[in-house]
Design a protein around this ligand. Structure first.
Ligand SMILES: Cc1cc2nc3c(=O)[nH]c(=O)nc-3n(C[C@H](O)[C@H](O)[C@H](O)COP(=O)(O)O)c2cc1C
Length: 189
């Protein structure tokens, strides 16, 4: 009642669906059932031979997402990964995992300056993006920050991105850094 626009969209469009699995599990599955089924499809036995097989099949550039350990990152690059995506997938399912921003510096150190490193999980503001850059990320990505804007549709997502980009510019100005590329570890030491 306090959010009539949202209520009207809910009435006309129905409850949100988990789009990743729409059509596979039937539209009536409760979210917990969906989460359990998706979890059940993950394979804990996936190993380095499986990774090499995928590297063999896929001729394009290959990024590996979900890396939190510098040893894994080095081994993946040695086995043919073109870049590393430091992520705990937003901490949604394994909430005790190390945060990606804490895992990042050791991974950058292990990989050297050239290997592209993406990071996500917990990036909410432009300041977070600068911190990620200062700790060694090449690119910062967002998940839920965009979804929060999506309650107001596509325009809401664009607005969320605008806010975050404005924050990046303001933060660079306040730190006295003319260009994003120049945001190094000294600003957070
Ligand atoms: C609703 C939802 C579904 C997601 N599904 C997947 C998935 O199937 N595979 C995956 O690697 N990450 C998945 N993620 C994690 C995101 O890809 C991303 O790593 C995470 O949202 C980043 O953290 P942030 O939301 O704090 O920005 C999902 C995240 C959300 C919010």
């Amino acid at each position: 009642m306090l959010h009539p626009g949202w209520s009207l969209r809910l009435l006309s469009g129905g409850l949100p669906q988990f789009e990743n699995v729409r059509g596979y599990l039937g539209d009536n599955s409760a979210s917990l059932t969906i989460a359990a089924r998706v979890g059940g499809s993950l394979h804990a036995g996936f190993d380095w031979d499986d990774f090499r097989q995928i590297r063999d099949w896929w001729k394009g550039r290959l990024l590996v997402k979900g890396v939190l350990h510098p040893g894994d990152a080095s081994r993946l690059v040695a086995a043919g990964a073109d870049g590393i995506w430091v992520s705990n997938h937003g901490g949604r399912q394994l909430d005790g995992a190390v945060s990606s921003i804490d895992a990042l510096p050791a991974i950058r150190q292990a990989l050297g300056a050239q290997v592209p490193i993406l990071i996500d999980s917990g990036i909410r503001t432009g300041t977070d993006i600068i911190k990620a850059k200062a700790r060694g990320a090449t690119v910062a990505a967002i998940g839920r920050a965009a979804l929060f804007g999506a309650v107001a549709g596509e325009a809401g997502v664009a607005k969320a991105l605008d806010i975050i980009l404005d924050e990046v510019v303001t933060c660079l100005r306040l730190c006295g850094i003319p260009r994003f590329q120049e945001a190094g570890s000294e600003i957070i030491a």
